[in-house]
Design a protein around this ligand. Structure first.
Ligand SMILES: Cc1cc2nc3c(=O)[nH]c(=O)nc-3n(C[C@H](O)[C@H](O)[C@H](O)COP(=O)(O)OP(=O)(O)OC[C@H]3O[C@@H](n4cnc5c(N)ncnc54)[C@H](O)[C@@H]3O)c2cc1C
Length: 356
């Protein structure tokens, strides 16, 4: 049985731990604070494989596969712990008041996925009357990330995964030694999944691509009944309604380091954009605000794969870490336990160096 250390207990670390435990590895998650409390519970939970694809074939393929795996993961979690991730195939509606040709912009997706150019106000009646163009992705979906994280952690614990909280990792070595605030631990394999803090750990290869934080702010309001059925994307943000009436308005994209603040400017931007899409949101009470850090890379692609020696990495998922967690986890668990995976990870190489 393989001993594996996972550094970071966000959605990526927990999903990796769950898949590793399923393959009968003995897993310890080292988390410096509260598992799931960072980017992963700040996320809206949009499984936007099609809205987020932007013409990158390798990423599109990974996103589609992971979106479908979410449905299976939801069922597996229900089996394991009695509740799932809140997976709902609610659809995404992208809208604008600009003159655009959505047919031209998105028809490339048709061989792989459903895309329909629509009259947006026929799909979502609450949209502002000047919104004229829409494209519908009926298979894009949502989860409730906080529910997903709770379910994943409980399923991990049930499968024998150990969570060590308050374990701050300072360095790693290729032979699988991990230095923490509480001494050195070692394993047959070490998976780096420390989100936007991943590049701060010492001992990683020089060639490893760097991760930086991109702050996002969300405003939560209450709309009962839910104001929209689909997740509505405008030109600079989105509105996502959960069935219970919690409605998330997002989000900013800010390069401010790890400054975890909700700002007046950020809230103003989010509210202005959302109210221009759905004017009746003006009456909705604000129930929460928060901010988190997306782990981004310069290439805007995650890093998923093997580093040197016993080190593996799964991070840099930027805007789509929740979406990409199940397929990332499956690929990493296969690599660690079986030594190979059927997922082509060439495009997600952790290294800046050209592959041999
Ligand atoms: C506002 C916002 C909205 C978003 N919306 C979506 C969305 O709708 N859909 C989507 O797919 N994605 C979304 N994302 C992106 C998504 O949240 C991230 O890509 C994803 O959560 C990254 O997960 P992670 O596990 O890599 O990082 P994190 O969740 O940040 O977890 C990393 C963990 O590592 C721990 N850690 C760090 N350093 C150390 C150390 N040295 N020692 C021990 N532990 C350490 C941290 O405490 C943390 O718990 C959003 C992000 C934000 C901020």
């Amino acid at each position: 049985m393989k001993d594996v250390i996972v550094i970071g207990g966000g959605v990526i670390g927990c999903a990796v731990a769950f898949e590793l435990a399923t393959l009968r590895a003995r897993v310890t998650v080292l988390e410096r604070a509260v598992p799931g409390a960072e980017a992963s519970s700040a996320a809206a939970g949009i499984l936007g494989a099609q809205i987020e694809a932007h013409g990158d074939p390798a990423l599109f393929d990974l996103m589609l596969a992971s979106r479908e795996r979410h449905q299976q993961l939801d069922a597996r979690l229900r089996d394991a712990v009695g509740f799932g991730s809140g997976f709902r195939r609610c659809g995404v509606l992208k809208v604008t008041r600009r003159e655009v040709d959505f047919e031209k912009e998105y028809s490339w997706q048709r061989p792989r996925a459903r895309v329909e150019v629509v009259d947006p106000r026929r799909v979502e009646a609450a949209l502002a009357s000047d919104i004229t163009h829409g494209v519908h992705f009926p298979d894009d979906a949502q989860v409730d990330p906080r529910l997903l994280l709770r379910a994943l952690q409980q399923a991990c614990a049930a499968a024998g995964v150990t969570f060590r909280t308050g374990a701050i990792v300072s360095s790693v070595t290729p032979d699988g030694a991990v230095e923490t605030n509480d001494g050195v631990v070692s394993a047959d394999a070490v998976v780096l999944a420390a989100g936007s803090w991943s590049s701060m750990i010492a001992g990683l290869p020089e060639s490893l691509r760097r991760v930086r934080p991109v702050r996002g702010q969300i405003v939560q309001v209450e709309t009962r009944p839910p104001i929209v059925r689909n997740i509505v994307f405008g030109d600079a943000g989105y509105v996502l309604a959960r069935p219970d009436g919690r409605t998330l308005l997002g989000s900013t994209m800010e390069e401010v380091g790890h400054l975890k603040e909700v700002t007046a400017g950020g809230v103003h931007k989010v509210l202005t954009h959302s109210l221009a899409l759905l004017p009746s949101l003006a009456d909705a009470p604000i129930t929460a605000t928060w901010a988190g850090f997306r782990p981004a890379t310069a290439e805007d692609r995650p890093m998923i794969g093997k580093l040197e020696g016993k080190l593996f990495v799964a991070t840099g998922h930027h805007r789509n870490g929740v979406l990409l967690a199940p397929e990332t986890a499956r690929a990493i668990a296969d690599l660690v336990v079986l030594g190979c995976t059927d997922r082509d990870l060439t495009a997600f190489s952790p290294s800046t160096e050209p592959r041999p």
